[in-house]
Structures are given as C-alpha cells and as structure tokens.
Write a new protein. Structure first.
Length: 154
C-alpha cells in the first residue's frame, strides 16, 4: 500500500533532514514503511488546497489553512508498507499539536531541532506542526489522488 507525508511550506527547506529523520524513526519504531521517493511542489494553487482540505470546509480554521498553503512550495515523502495508514500516523504524529506528540514522532523531534513559527489563534499560542498526514484511510486515498494529479501537471 502507498501513503505519504506532506512537508509544510515553513519547513520545506528542511526536506533532506526530515527525510533522514523519517528513516531513523521508521527504523527505531520498527515500522513497516519504506520511503519510495521525495517530490517537490514548487507552488501549490489555492484551488488545489481548497479541494485537498474540502472535508474541513466548515472548520473555523479552514480559511487560515488555505491561505497558509496557497502559492507556497512543499514536498511529498511517498511511503509504502503493509499498514501504511497506521504506520504513517505513528511516524508523523498522532496529535496535530507538536507539544502533545510522542518523542518518536516527526512532529515532536522536529519541534526541538527546527526553528518554529507560531500561529496566534483566539489569543492562544500554538506551534504550527511540520507535516500533514491524512486523518483517515479514505482521505489518504483521496489526497494521494489529488497530489499525483498536481505533480503530474507541474
């Protein structure tokens, strides 16, 4: 089975490091994952992000997410494995807030090693996480299809 982790625009310059970190964490956690490829996306169109995040269209943070990603560069770590969805979840981070992640997850490790930026929302400070991973197996399939179309047309 195939899966992915999408590196967010603020951290795309750290793609080589994040790939190496992912490899180390896959080995340390004994996950059944292989990093097959890394592809760079030069500029993510707004329309693409609106479709990509469409299941969250009614969420209050939707406009901020779309504005954040639109016209930015990114990178995709393409993964393969028998339990790709659950293992990708473990690899990237089970929580979206890096402050709540486990020590063996990309979001936790990277928050300590990469200078991070803050989003201020409702007067609360919350760290922006470093990677996107699908929140369900169904969304994984949908998001992969969209990413492959985007990369094919780039």
């Amino acid at each position: 089975m195939e899966g992915f982790i999408l590196i967010k625009p603020d951290y795309v310059q750290h793609t080589t490091y994040l790939r190496s970190l992912a490899s180390d964490l896959i080995r340390d956690q004994k996950l059944d994952l292989i990093i097959k490829n890394v592809e760079h996306v030069e500029s993510i169109p707004r329309q693409f992000m609106e479709e990509f995040y469409s299941p969250h269209r009614d969420a209050p943070h939707f406009p901020k997410v779309i504005n954040y990603w639109s016209d930015q560069s990114s990178a995709v770590l393409w993964l393969e494995g028998q339990n790709v969805f659950s293992d990708t979840f473990k690899l990237a981070g089970t929580k979206t807030d890096p402050m709540e992640c486990d020590i063996n997850e990309i979001r936790w490790v990277a928050k300590h090693l990469i200078p991070h930026q803050y989003i201020i929302d409702s007067n609360e400070r919350k760290l922006r996480n470093i990677v996107h991973r699908s929140d369900s197996d169904l969304n994984r399939e949908r998001e992969m299809s969209l990413l492959k179309k985007l990369l094919k047309n780039e």
